[in-house]
Design a protein around this ligand. Sequence first.
Ligand code: G3P
Length: 222
Amino acid sequence: MIYILDTANLQEIKRAYEYYPMEGVTTNPSIISKEKENFIKRLKDIRKIIGKESMLHAQVLAVTAEEMINEAKYIVNEIGGNIYIKIPVTPEGIKAIKILSKDGVKITATAIFTAQQALIASKAGADFVAPYVNRIDNISGNGVEVVGDIVELLELNNLTTKVLAASFKNVQQVNEVSLRGCQSVTVGSDIMDKLIEHALTELSVKQFINDWKNAYNKTTVL
Ligand code: G3P
């Protein structure tokens, strides 16, 4: 499993990279807009925190293939390092994915709601496909099942594209896509914290300290 952070907030990124085994950051135009800062400056600041090796996924805003390609090349040149360009799976997006992937640009196909959208994006050359789990659940679909279908279809077609499940609102959704063979997830920092927190773990630690203190009258093994 590859854990990625779905935010452009610098404090959240710093903290998650300090505490957890993070391997990348994903953004989209909505996430960037929340920070109310210049797009390229924010991406550069994120790059400074996560380093050149860590994945940074940044999305185009254009709607025609030609403009998407221009934006993609601009972002790649400005940001560098391990950069992935996110492109929505519209027909124009698929056309752009075909052209950019042939040019060696790494692509994350995004805004995916069906397994066939993911399969077509993969065939077009996407490195990652990003199904929106919670948004699928919210239209009375089953986001986890769609992720499972995508994993299966990519395997059946011998495709090396990875599934980067996105749009999570709870820990259970993350756990279920993990069990279905999803290779990577992108989550908000709140979900990342919740994946590791457990009241009984905290209680166990308190008990260890109490027992030690009663026996040795100190709170360290040193
Ligand atoms: O990475 C895609 C994700 O940001 C969409 O999530 O929470 O807006 O549905 P959400």
